[in-house]
Design a protein around this ligand. Structure first.
Ligand code: NAP
Length: 272
């Protein structure tokens, strides 16, 4: 049996087991996806132990995404982002990857959005960093707006051509933007949005990293403005698809994984 897993804390409500489990079932794989919640000081032995036991790969989530960098050889994008969410034990060394970044670009591509002009990323935390570096690598001019302006300008300073701003500049920034990514936690479990609705327009594609609820206020207002609205389930799906494909070398059954993910998000929201 092939074993894959997730390290983080907490992980009990993780959507990764049903996401990956659906792929194993669809492809008839003898495989299992297991969640682990080590203490922080045990991260190194947990990763080494997982590898020694023959676990094929681990996802990494909060609070270990930065610390896990120390225990792997990150790819170039992952090193620049400064956070890893996928460890691959398949080679001679443990390699680290940030599939949240891939999740952003593949979620946009799935909706036939090819970022090329100006992209606005709201948020400068982990998801904001992944989105900003990924969009810059696609060739867009990235504007980063954050509640704490200094964090936005610091992040922008790490990315060629990017500029940092406060949230009060969003309306101006969005006027001639093609892509907006909400990478703040605003809208998660509350009907709030970090973006003034009058700033939204029909030439925008709006990706909300928030996936609970699946339809956020931002996305409702984006759809009303005629924008392309892309929910956080797509980003979550494609970060998992990228990890699955890296670990197994097989094409992921994307539709089946998407169905399983959405069914679980809806049932979790119903039971909360
Ligand atoms: P994080 O590192 O803690 O960053 C949080 C960000 O939200 C910061 O930029 C913070 O601004 C901003 N923020 C928090 N409360 C705010 C408020 N009331 N008003 C304005 N800005 C506020 O978190 P993260 O890991 O980046 O996650 C952010 C969101 O993305 C979460 O909802 C998470 O679930 C989601 N996410 C989704 C995926 C996916 O696959 N769909 C992947 C990763 C994360 P300050 O800097 O000013 O504090």
């Amino acid at each position: 049996m092939q074993v894959f897993g997730l390290v983080g804390s907490p992980v009990s409500h993780s959507l990764s087991p049903p996401l990956h489990g659906a792929a194993y079932e669809e492809l008839g794989m003898d495989a299992k996806y297991v969640t682990f919640e080590p203490d922080g000081e045990d991260l190194a032995p947990a990763i080494e132990g997982a590898r020694a036991l023959g676990i094929r790969g681990l996802n990494v989530t909060i609070p270990f995404k930065r610390d896990a960098l120390e225990f792997c050889e990150p790819d170039d994008l992952t090193e620049r982002i400064g956070a890893v969410n996928t460890l691959d034990f398949g080679g001679n060394e443990i390699t680290g990857h940030n599939t949240d970044a891939v999740g952003v670009t593949r979620a946009l591509a799935h909706h036939r959005v090819s970022p090329s002009g100006r992209a606005v990323v709201v948020g400068a935390g982990g998801a904001g960093r992944a989105a900003a570096f990924a969009l810059a690598d696609e060739g867009t001019t990235v504007e980063i707006a954050n509640r704490t302006t200094e964090r936005a300008t610091d992040l922008a300073g790490e990315i060629d051509g990017a500029t940092g701003h406060g949230l009060d500049e969003l309306e101006n920034l969005l006027a001639d933007a093609d892509v907006l990514v909400n990478a703040t936690s605003v809208g998660m479990d509350s009907d709030e949005t970090p973006v003034p609705p009058e700033a939204l327009h029909s030439d925008l594609a709006v990706l909300d990293a928030v996936y609970s609820p699946i339809e956020t206020r931002l996305l409702r207002e984006a759809a009303s403005a005629g924008a392309t609205a892309i929910d956080g389930g797509w980003m979550l799906l494609y970060q998992g698809v990228a990890a699955f494909e890296r670990w197994t070398g097989r094409a992921a059954p994307v539709d089946v994984m998407n169905e399983a993910l959405r069914a679980r998000i809806l049932s979790d929201n119903g039971s909360n």
